[in-house]
Design a protein around this ligand. Structure first.
Ligand code: FAD
Length: 320
């Protein structure tokens, strides 16, 4: 069976969920071989094996943390040359997309970014993407070289599929470009205790209708009752009510959760661009004509200051 390289996104050995989703998709097209780099790479092996990795190629070197993405591209290319895979899958994070693009150029392959599904095809893996603010779904495959595909978080379930996961050291030689862009400092993000926006299974977002930073508390309470991340429209971010890191949309983050709850958000095309691939969409808006109601699965016409707290109470009550 053909091998499929899976680039592992991890923090000090803790594998992030989108990588486990990639393993599910990789198993549809071949045998997953994971590539884990940097501090804690070896520690990723157990969980990767539980989710289907037949092999885990690991490498650690100061270059991975001291410089930006090029050392990781050098390592992924070394893995590509060692394995000759049928495809290379990378999580669709900002860093992942840069790594994938650079690898594709180096190996002369086509690339598909932001896939939301992946299946085996007669002539290679077929990726599903959503286009034009998710108005269309397209299926495509790479016709030149080895397909390099980045996949959005929440595109596949995490499945237990025990495999050998044998750890092998990957020999990496860094090229001249590897040390070209040095990291001069890192500022850890203040933890809110909530899941990362782009990876969360549930996102609760607030817009201009929330009417003030002080009112975002009710959005956060609903989010916390569901174990969700908090998002915001650009109008709410531009007003200074919520940080830009939480903005959903064309100039913010793209999310694709199981459940997206939009409160006081009109549903502008630029907002839709970042959330329309959500599996179930719920909107709370006092204007029954708001465009957001064109794309929802469930709509509540009402004042969010009455509806959201009731919803939170009900969820808390049902959880006991
Ligand atoms: P509004 O459009 O003002 O809607 C507020 C809604 O709240 C209304 O529908 C209203 O009926 C409802 N409401 C008010 N009070 C209540 C209440 N008490 N209870 C219930 N409902 C209530 N936008 C993004 O979100 N993300 C982006 O990344 C983004 N990028 C952009 C990029 C470009 C180049 C441009 C031009 C625009 C971009 N925008 C983006 C802005 C976008 O066009 C909209 O202006 C923005 O999404 C509107 O935000 P909103 O829905 O919160 O506000």
């Amino acid at each position: 069976m053909a091998e499929v390289l899976v680039y592992v996104d991890h923090v000090d050995g803790a594998v992030r969920k989108p990588t486990l989703e990639l393993l599910t998709l990789a198993r549809r097209i071949g045998e997953p071989v994971a590539v884990a780099l940097g501090a804690g790479a070896d520690a990723t092996a157990a969980v990767l094996a539980e989710h289907g990795a037949v092999k885990v190629l690991t490498a650690d070197a100061p270059e991975f943390t001291e410089y930006l993405v090029v050392p990781k591209v050098d390592a992924l290319q070394a893995a590509y040359e060692a394995v000759s895979p049928a495809a290379v899958l990378v999580p669709s994070s900002a860093e992942g997309k840069e790594i994938a693009a650079r690898l594709a150029v180096r190996i002369g392959s086509g690339i598909i970014t932001d896939a939301v599904d992946l299946e085996a095809g007669d002539e290679g893996p077929v990726a599903t993407q959503s286009a034009f603010a998710a108005s269309f779904t397209t299926k495509s495959r790479v016709s030149k070289g080895t397909p390099v595909i980045t996949v959005k978080p929440n595109s596949a379930p995490v499945e237990a599929a025990p495999a050998a996961g044998a750890v092998e050291a990957l020999a990496v030689t860094f090229g001249a470009l590897a040390t070209g862009t040095k990291v001069t400092g890192r500022t850890p993000r203040e933890s809110t205790g909530r899941p990362e926006l782009t990876e969360a299974a549930i996102v609760v977002s607030g817009g201009r209708g929330v009417n003030g930073a002080e009112n975002f508390g009710i959005i956060e309470e609903l989010a916390d009752s569901l174990g969700a991340a908090v998002g915001a429209s650009r109008a709410a971010v531009d007003a200074g009510w919520y940080p830009h890191t939480n903005q959903v949309g064309q100039t913010g983050k793209s999310v694709s959760p199981q459940l997206y709850i939009a409160s006081g958000i009109s549903g502008a095309i630029q907002h839709r661009a970042g959330m329309q691939t959500s599996k179930t969409i719920v909107a709370i808006n006092k204007d029954s004509e708001a465009p957001i109601f064109d794309l929802v699965d469930y709509g509540v016409v009402g004042d969010l200051f009455a509806v959201v707290p009731q919803l939170t109470e009900e969820i808390k009550a049902r959880k006991g």
